[in-house]
Every structure is written in C-alpha cells, then in structure tokens.
Design a protein around this ligand. Sequence first.
Ligand code: NAI
Length: 328
Amino acid sequence: MNTAIFSAKKYDREFLNAANGARHELRFFEPHLNEETVSLAAGFEAVCVFVNDQMNAAVIATLESLGVRLIALRCAGYNNVDLSAAKKHGITVVRVPAYSPYAVAEHTIALMLALNRKLHRAYNRVREGNLALDGLVGFDMHGKIVGVIGTGQIGTVVAQILTGFGCPILAFDPFPNATCRFLGVRYVDLNELFAESDIITVHCPLTPENKHLINGQALEKMKNGVMLINTSRGALLDTIVITEGLKSGRIGYLGLDVYEEEEDIFFEDRSGLILSDDVFARLLTFPNVIITGHQAFFTREALLNIAATTIDNITKFENNQPLENMAG
Ligand code: NAI
C-alpha cells in the first residue's frame, strides 16, 4: 500500500524500511500529521503515525476526502485519534498493542532508582571532581510500598520487577489480572493507593475520563515526600498542580517520560532555542525531578517489534485479512 509515514525520524526509516522490504511503498515525512500538514497525505491510501500526531475530526474528514483508508499507529496508545470520527468516515485504525512492555517497565524502574539514589546529581558531581556524599542519601527500595495504577502489560512487568526488590505492591485497575494476584499484588481503591504508597507509578491509557487523574485532591491524599512516576501519557497528571506539589515538598521525587504539552517540545533537538513553555522550564529547575523525552519505548527490541507489527497491520488491511490490532 502507498503509505505516508508522519513524524518520521532516522530510526523510523531504518526499522520500517528493513521490516517492509519491497512490500509497500513507504514515503517518509518529518512533520507531525495535523490540520496544517494533512494535505501531505494526498495520493496515499494509508498514513502511519506516532504519539504526537493529531487525528482529530477535522484531520480525519480531510484524510477521507484525500482517499486515505487506513491509519496505522506505530504505538500502543490511541488517545490522539478521534475513533468515532474515523468510524464515521470509514477509516480503519490499527495500532501496535504490544511491542515490549519490558522496555517501558524497565525505564520506569530506571527513573525510580535514579531519583532515589540521585544518580543524575552524582554523575555531574563526580565528573567535576566532587566526591562528597552530602545531599545524596537515598532509601532502600526493599519494603517500600509501590502503588501501580493500571496493571496491563506494562504495569504487570513493573510489579514483577518490584516484587524482586521486596516492595509490597498495591494496584488499582478496573480489570485486575491473575498474574498480579499471583505475585501478591493487592488491588485496592485509588484513595487507599494514594494514602499508602511511598512510590506511585502510572500505567493506564489516557482517556477523556481519567485526564488529570493525579490532581490536587489526589495529591492531598498522598504521603508527604511521595515519589511519582509517569511513563504513560502526560495529561494523566495535572502538571501545574504537580509543580505546586514539588514547591511545597509534598512530592519528594518526580520522574516523567511524558508531558502534557510534549507535542511541541519532545523528539527534537531544541538545545539552541528559547524554551517558551514556562511550566516545563520550571520543572527542569527542581533537583528532584528527572524528565526523559518519551524514550521509555526506545529499545532495539521494541523498535523491531513496532516496525514488524506496523508492516503486518498494513499488509493484512490491504489483503482484507482479519485485523487483530484494531484500536478501540
Ligand atoms: P494495557 O492496555 O496492556 O494496560 C492498560 C491497563 O490500564 C489495563 O489493565 C486497563 O484495565 C487499565 N486501566 C484503564 N483505565 C484505567 C484507569 N482509569 N485507572 C487504572 N487502570 C486503568 O496497556 P500497556 O501496554 O500496559 O500500556 C499502558 C500505557 O503506557 C499506554 O496506554 C500508553 O499510554 C503508555 N505507553 C508509554 C510508552 C512510552 O514510551 N512512554 C510506550 C508504550 C505505552
């Protein structure tokens, strides 16, 4: 199929071209897909998109008018697609539901450990010849209660790893799973999870209902000095409230791989530019905050799986075969 790949980076070309061989005609575009760039999709039957492309109703209506029949997400989350508009316009939406829960789960643990043992600060100090330990005191992970919100594929691997550390796990998920129960994870309501956890990590999809799941009321219920980790989607946290929580000391540590307004910031080298997002700029000033730029998925294994599944999804659609990876 003639496919336009949006938000394309060097690694997208490399992995998608390798998985594709000569099966589909792939054309790579660097811009995000949105209302301003949608005309680039003219002449293509499929578009292939990523986390910060915007498939709202207007974009989808235009895609249909241009002859596009398939949106192939090369990611798991589909909060950026108006699925009802896609249905209305007869456009099929497929995704990559699982490519490596280990990649995201292991990055989540990396953030926890780096924040706890202050590796980001130690790294800089040692390079400058400062081997003093003042200010670097951490805590044993062993015995700390971790609250996992969303125990799907990623949350389950997070729980598995943390069980190895000797952390009691509390979880909240409308659909508890047997693997977690077998591990000894205790499912509780959100209020109990907020109140009891030393570390809270978010692994549920972003939906209109759970936007700002971690808001002011949630924060009030949490332990003083709680560690918050979000490798899921930025808008699950109310970032302004989180910033206030950091200022007051209520939040002791914050690890983010995602950010509410990441669309205009992430995935680009902006080192020579002025940062116009004041909330993001403020977050960067805290010594107890580590932010990575949506890189939790970014392992070789995950990229191979994403490319293979994406090409397979497009092939199955083209051949009218059953699609097991429909979004929704
Ligand atoms: P999954 O679909 O396997 O699991 C999601 C779980 O969340 C399900 O068990 C579901 O019942 C639960 N859930 C749904 N709404 C909830 C709510 N309001 N509160 C608590 N639990 C809720 O998804 P998976 O693969 O584990 O991914 C989770 C999220 O991680 C994705 O939706 C995506 O946003 C994010 N992600 C981030 C990546 C990164 O690079 N930072 C890469 C891949 C995924």
